[in-house]
Design a binder for this molecule. Structure first.
Ligand code: WT7
Length: 643
């Protein structure tokens, strides 16, 4: 049962930890709460290099915040240059490609790669304030691309390689990017994911893109448009590696990351430089207890926020050695991750509950083949971790020695918000436990009133923090409306939660029309819009359906236009493929159900709540594709919902 077991940090862990007791944790929290200005100023001075200091620590004009006002810094300088003297020869990246190629890249080498590539960007005409799209596989060049943009002050937006050309195009257009950094392809389960082809398809409608720079990864042949497209290695020929970092404002836009909201249009979450770096660097110590000789592995793709904050910026700013693996966990076999972890003597391993459940299904023999004794800390992110997955992770991977940090946060929060500090906080499996210092969450009701301990409600954050979202790119109204309107001036997370009598937070999931598939956010509306673009579809309603591995799976109810094919099996296949093509393979629906009509309220709103009930509790069983039963249920429920 969740909540019944408590795991106290082993003394061997606490005694060496940055934060080694509950008292120490509480005293950090007290200082941050009572005197946020001095607390964050102290953290910023200790963890980040500044070319110039701030005039004041933060300026809060809800919903807009500025941190370290007037200060100057550079994210790439913090991730590279400042380590050269003390850690120049230390490995920054331990890269392994899916085909088995390996590269260990020191801080000095990474610095040189980034400097040279920044010079390439300058020579192609990029300037601070420009925007670049990065659409790359998990190879060192992806990290170089991010850091080169950061070094020059070009705001980047990494688009996950699993997104389609359509999704890529929408992001290029919304960001008005002039530069696209990509690769010919990347390796996934032994096959090439042809990224450059998708870029070509996307760029048919993006006249603002002047340069496309292509890293060679797979060696296959690709189309190169003269004047626009260039090979990365050719542009680097003869280019020097002397390139001082731009001195940028603390609030300089570092990156935009698109995430699903409640409408069909993804929103560009904007993060800036100084506060983001301060917070991600601090949490590397607090949550991952990072030490000089740790080997840290976060399995997230650079296309998601976890890949930004805890694969690139946080760990490199903190001077960590990071494993970077290109491919799938099951290629060539289900022990690929454990093989890498054993070889690189990984000490800290951060992944998602989805991945853990997929691994459990393959049995204990895969991890048993490898020596995982270097591991000292495990992490989880993306969705609540169910007790069975927690128990397996703890016993089979961590050998009951390693604390598990269950980290709750969001693309918008920039960094981890609720998580145990592993040397200080007793764990309750399934709970993210307590907030980080300076983070003031609360569980509230519809009116914003605090809910008594043990009760469920909406999770809000009462105070601004350094790495919080600054705005939605190009849409400050939507920013305010989405996050600061339910309770004016207070950040609304979109999650439901419960805080128990001991102050432990339990995240219960989204309260909006956003699904969580494999720890990735996907909006029901986004999939619906994709479906209704198909010529056979009249209407579509999409809900998340519980799934044993991915947490939720995409389940679609569609009605067809007059004259559409009656071969439901073929059309179902086609629609699943269609959504994968429109959004990306990771959004491919698990199931398409054909209906005569969709349940709606009298005012015409589709009742996803009812459909969710149907897919969750199976109140309508058997061949639901006929949905006569559904018709009856929905009529009743529609009346109920409108009353
Ligand atoms: C949503 C944010 C933050 C990086 C990955 C996802 C859910 C995330 C947890 C957790 C329970 C979690 C929430 C949140 N979520 N971590 N440890 N326990 N739920 O980022 O795509 O912005 O999604 O993921 O529902 O709101 P994202």
């Amino acid at each position: 049962m969740p909540g019944s077991d408590v795991f106290t940090p082993p003394t061997s862990f606490s005694s060496q930890a940055h934060v080694g007791s509950l008292d120490e944790y509480r005293s950090l929290c007290r200082r941050a709460e009572e005197d946020p200005e001095n607390f964050w100023a102290e953290m910023a001075e200790a963890e980040v290099h500044w070319f110039e200091k701030w005039s004041h620590v933060f300026e809060w004009n809800p919903p807009f915040v500025k941190w370290f006002v007037g200060a100057k810094t550079n994210a790439a300088y913090n991730c590279l240059d400042r380590h050269l003297e003390t850690r120049g020869d230390k490995a920054a990246l331990l890269f392994e490609g899916e085909p088995g190629d390996r590269r260990s890249i020191s801080y000095r080498e990474l610095h040189e790669m980034v400097c040279r590539f920044t010079n390439v960007l300058k020579a192609r005409g990029s300037r601070p304030g420009d925007r670049a799209i990065i659409y790359m596989p998990m190879i060192p060049e992806a990290v170089v691309a991010m850091l080169a943009c950061a070094r020059l002050g070009v705001t980047h937006s990494v688009v996950f390689g699993g997104f389609s050309a359509e999704a890529l195009k929408a992001r290029i257009q919304d960001l008005d990017a002039s530069l696209v950094l990509t690769a010919d392809g990347g390796w996934r389960r032994g096959k090439e994911v042809r990224l450059k082809d998708a870029v070509d398809e996307a760029l048919t409608d993006c006249p603002g893109v002047r340069n496309v720079i292509v890293a060679r990864r797979c060696g296959s042949s690709v189309q190169m448009t003269a004047g626009r497209d260039h090979w990365w290695h050719e542009l680097e020929e003869g280019v020097g590696a002397d390139c001082p970092a731009e001195v940028l404002d603390a609030e300089h836009p570092l990156f935009v990351l698109y995430t699903s909201g409640t409408t069909g249009k993804p929103k560009g979450i904007l993060h800036t430089t100084g506060g983001y770096l301060t917070y991600t660097t601090c949490t590397m110590k607090w949550v991952f207890d990072l030490k000089e000789d740790d080997v840290y592995w976060c399995t997230a793709d650079v296309g998601w926020v976890t890949g930004h904050s805890y694969l690139v910026y946080g760990p490199l700013s903190a001077g960590a050695t990071c494993v970077l693996y290109e491919g799938a966990p099951d290629y060539p076999a289900w022990d690929r991750w454990w093989e890498i972890a054993a070889r690189d003597k990984v000490t800290t391993f951060y992944t998602s509950p989805t991945a853990i459940r997929a691994l459990i299904k393959q049995g204990d023999s895969y991890p048993a083949k490898h020596d995982l004794s270097a591991l000292r800390l495990l992490g989880s992110v993306g969705e609540p971790i169910n007790p069975a997955a927690w128990e397996w992770y703890h016993r089979v991977i961590g050998k009951e020695r390693c604390p598990i940090v269950d980290t709750w946060w969001q693309t918008e929060t920039g960094g981890i918000m609720i998580s145990p500090m592993p040397g200080a906080v007793p764990l309750k499996p399934g709970s993210g436990t307590f907030p980080m210092p300076g983070i003031l969450p609360e569980v509230v009701d519809f009116e914003g009133k605090p809910v008594a301990p043990g009760g469920e409600g909406f999770l809000i954050i009462k105070r601004p923090w350094p790495s919080m979202i600054r705005t939605i790119w190009g849409d400050p109204q939507r920013f305010e409306q989405q996050y600061f309107s339910r309770i004016p001036g207070i950040y609304f997370t979109g999650d439901a939660a419960r805080c128990d009598e001991d102050g432990y937070y339990w995240i219960l999931g989204r309260v909006d029309d956003v699904m969580n598939v494999s720890g990735h956010r996907l909006s029901t509306m986004e999939v619906e819009s994709a479906l209704v673009r198909h010529p056979a579809v009249a209407e579509a309603a999409v809900v998340g359906k519980p799934h044993e591995i991915t947490g939720q799976a995409v389940c679609c109810f569609v009605t067809l236009k007059q004259g559409a094919s009656t071969d439901h099996s073929a059309l179902g296949k086609e629609l699943r493929q269609w959504v994968a093509h429109e959004i990306g393979p990771f959004a491919r629906p698990e199931e398409i159900r054909f209906a005569e009509s969709l349940p709606k309220t009298r005012s015409g709103k589709i009742m996803r709540r009812l459909l969710r009930e149907i897919v969750t509790s199976h109140t309508v069983t058997g061949d639901v594709t006929t949905l006569e039963d559904l018709g009856v249920v929905t009529k009743l429920a529609a009346q109920h919902d409108d009353d």
